[in-house]
Design a protein around this ligand. Structure first.
Ligand code: ZN
Ligand code: ZN
Length: 125
């Protein structure tokens, strides 16, 4: 596969952009760096609140993903932090996370793996 090693340049006077990096490289949604090997994929579940979802939730959809990260959970948290999401202290970063709507004047979300019986303890990610 010589094409995949081609890093851009000129062929017969035609300028070829460096497409390899953008098309083939898997980038971490947290830090933006290239991921070697298998990315850690995180999906966000649909909101299944038993209560009627508050109307503001419609204006602030969460992209369910899957989003791809480095294996270190800090990269997921960096992604969440950039979006202003909170992170539940009782949660680990897992492949399936649940959004936790936080009522307030502004639409805010927390993310949690939902695997603990206690009330969420949401802190800045
Ligand atoms: Zn990363
Ligand atoms: Zn929680």
């Amino acid at each position: 596969m010589t094409e995949t090693r081609f890093r851009g340049g000129e062929i017969m006077g035609i300028r070829i952009p460096t497409v390899f990096e953008e098309n083939d490289a898997i980038r971490c949604a947290g830090c933006g760096e290239h991921i070697d090997g298998m990315p850690f994929r995180v999906s966000l579940m649909d909101i299944m609140a038993p209560e009627a979802p508050p109307s503001w939730a419609i204006g602030a959809p969460i992209n369910p993903g899957p989003h791809q990260f480095h294996a270190d959970g800090d990269h997921f948290r960096a992604w969440a932090r950039r979006r202003g999401y909170l992170f539940c202290r009782l949660s680990d970063v897992r492949e399936l996370m649940r959004p936790v709507p936080i009522p307030g004047d502004e639409a805010r979300w927390g993310v949690c793996d939902g695997l603990h019986p206690e009330a969420h303890e949401l802190v800045p990610a």
